[in-house]
Design a binder for this molecule. Structure first.
Ligand code: GLA
Length: 414
C-alpha cells in the first residue's frame, strides 16, 4: 500500500506546485486591502496641467505636511500627465530628464521620507492624453518599472485606445501590477464611458464616473470634441451609482477644485462636503504651497473628512430636492448619520426640517434613521457648534446662504 501511495502523493505535489507556479497564468484581480477608505491626496493636473517637475512635486510633499493636510489624513502625492521622457531601445521608460533630472526613484524616496506615498499616471492607449508614451503593449514592463521606482498609486487614463475594450485593457494593467509585486492602487480613468462601476470592483480601487471636472460651481465648458463639467453637473451624474461603491472600490467624481480660485468660500465648502458625502476620493487639485487660511480650513476639516472616511464606506444619497435645495444623507458607523443641506440657488434658502415627519431611509443598505424614535445629538460641522438634539418636538431651522451647504453629524445617543 505504502509503495503505491508514495508515488501518487509525489505526483500530486508536483502537479500542485506546477499549477501554482505556471508563469503564464495571469491574475486579473486588483491588489487586495488597499483604499479601504476613499484615497486622500493631491494631484498635479487641475492646477498645473503639463507643468510638472521634481522640485514642484517635492515642494507639494513638504506643503502637505506643513499645512496640516498629512495630519488630516492626506497621503498620496500624484503626478499626472507629462512626467514622461522616452522609451529606450528595450522599451523601458524614463521620466523627462529635464523635469526629473534625478529620476523618479529619487522623487519617491523623498515623498516616502515625509511619510507620504507617490502616485504616477499612464494611459491604456498608445499615447497619453497629453501625447506622451502610453502603456499599450508595455503594460508588464511599465508595471515593473513603477514598482522598481517605489510607486504606490497609478492613475490609468483612456486616450488613444483605438480598438481596445475598457474592461480587458484595465485587466491587463491590473495583472501587470499584480505580477510586479508591489501594492499599487489602480485608479481607472475611462470617464465612465463603459460603465466601469459594473466591472471595476475587482479590477481597480476607484473609477472615474464622468469626464473632467471644470473649475466652476455650476457650468459646462464645451471644448468642442469634449465637455468638462462644473461641480453641480458632476454631482448630478452620480445618480444611481452608490450601490457600486464600498471599501476598496469607489466611484470617483474627479479631483477637487477647492482653493483654485474660481469658487467662493461657500462653493468650496459645498464642493468638499458633497465629495465627502459621496464617499469620493479626496484628491486636492490646488497649489498646496500658497493656500489661504480658508482653503486650509476646508481641506482639513477633520469632522467632514471623518464622514468621507467612515469605515462603513457607504456612499451618501439624495433624500429630497425642492426649489434648488437638496437634502443629502450618509449612514455612518455606530448608527450615526451625516445630513447635508445643499443650496444650489443664487439666493439664500431657509430650511425647516421636521425630524418627526422626515423619512431618511437608505434602501440599498436598508438603514433607517428613524428620527421619530431614535435620539441623536446634532453637531454643525462647519460652524462647529452643537445644535441640541434631534427630537420630534423641535424642527431644525436655519438659513443656507447661496451656493453653500449646512452639514450636520447626528450622533446616536445611548
Ligand atoms: C484626461 C483625464 C484628466 C487628466 C488629463 C491629462 O483628460 O481625465 O484627469 O489626467 O487627461 O492629460
Amino acid at each position: 500500500m505504502k509503495k503505491i501511495l508514495c508515488p501518487v502523493f509525489t505526483l500530486l505535489v508536483i502537479l500542485a506546485a506546477t499549477a501554482q507556479g505556471n508563469n503564464y497564468v495571469q491574475d486579473y484581480t486588483k491588489y487586495p486591502d488597499l483604499a479601504m477608505t476613499p484615497p486622500m491626496g493631491w494631484n498635479s493636473w487641475n492646477k498645473f496641467a503639463c507643468n510638472v517637475d521634481e522640485d514642484m512635486i517635492k515642494q507639494m510633499a513638504d506643503a502637505m505636511v506643513s499645512s496640516g493636510m498629512k495630519d488630516a489624513g492626506y497621503t498620496y502625492i500624484n503626478i499626472d500627465d507629462c512626467w514622461h521622457g522616452d522609451r529606450d531601445e528595450k522599451g523601458f521608460l524614463s521620466p523627462d530628464p529635464k523635469r526629473f533630472p534625478n529620476g523618479m526613484k529619487a522623487v519617491a524616496d523623498y515623498v516616502h521620507s515625509k511619510g507620504l506615498k507617490l502616485g504616477i499616471y499612464s494611459d491604456a492607449g498608445s499615447q497619453t492624453c497629453g501625447g506622451r508614451p502610453g502603456s499599450r503593449g508595455y503594460e508588464f514592463q511599465d508595471a515593473l518599472t513603477y514598482a522598481s521606482w517605489g510607486i504606490d498609486y497609478l492613475k490609468y487614463d483612456w486616450c488613444n485606445t483605438e480598438g481596445l475594450k475598457a474592461e480587458g485593457a484595465y485587466k491587463t494593467m491590473t495583472a501587470a501590477l499584480k505580477r510586479a509585486g508591489r501594492p499599487i492602487v489602480l485608479s481607472i480613468c475611462e470617464w465612465g464611458n463603459d460603465e466601469p462601476w459594473k466591472w471595476g470592483q475587482n479590477v481597480g480601487h476607484l473609477w472615474r464616473t464622468t469626464g473632467d471636472i471644470y473649475n466652476c460651481f455650476d457650468c459646462i465648458k464645451d471644448h468642442g470634441s469634449w465637455k468638462a463639467f462644473g461641480v453641480m453637473q458632476i454631482l448630478d451624474k452620480q445618480e444611481g451609482l452608490r450601490r457600486y461603491a464600498g471599501p476598496g472600490h469607489w466611484n470617483d467624481p474627479d479631483m477637487l477644485e477647492v482653493g483654485n480660485g474660481a469658487l467662493t468660500a461657500g462653493e468650496d465648502r459645498a464642493h468638499f462636503t458633497m465629495w465627502a458625502m459621496l464617499a469620493a476620493p479626496l484628491i486636492a487639485g490646488n497649489d498646496l504651497r500658497s493656500m489661504t487660511k480658508e482653503t486650509i480650513e476646508v481641506l482639513t476639516n477633520k469632522e467632514v473628512i471623518a464622514i468621507n472616511q467612515d469605515k462603513l464606506g457607504i456612499q451618501g444619497f439624495k433624500v429630497s430636492a425642492e426649489d434648488g435645495l437638496e437634502i443629502w444623507a450618509k449612514p455612518l458607523q455606530g448608527g450615526d448619520w451625516a445630513i447635508a443641506f445643499l443650496n444650489r440657488n443664487t439666493t439664500a434658502k431657509k430650511i425647516d426640517f421636521n425630524w418627526a415627519t422626515q423619512k431618511v431611509y437608505d434602501n440599498v443598505n436598508t438603514l433607517d434613521a428613524a428620527f421619530g424614535t431614535t435620539t441623536y445629538k446634532i453637531k454643525n460641522l462647519w460652524d462647529k457648534k452643537d445644535k441640541g438634539t434631534a427630537t420630534t418636538k423641535k424642527a431644525f431651522k436655519a438659513e443656507v446662504p447661496a451656493h453653500d451647504i449646512i452639514t450636520l453629524r447626528l450622533s446616536k445617543t445611548k
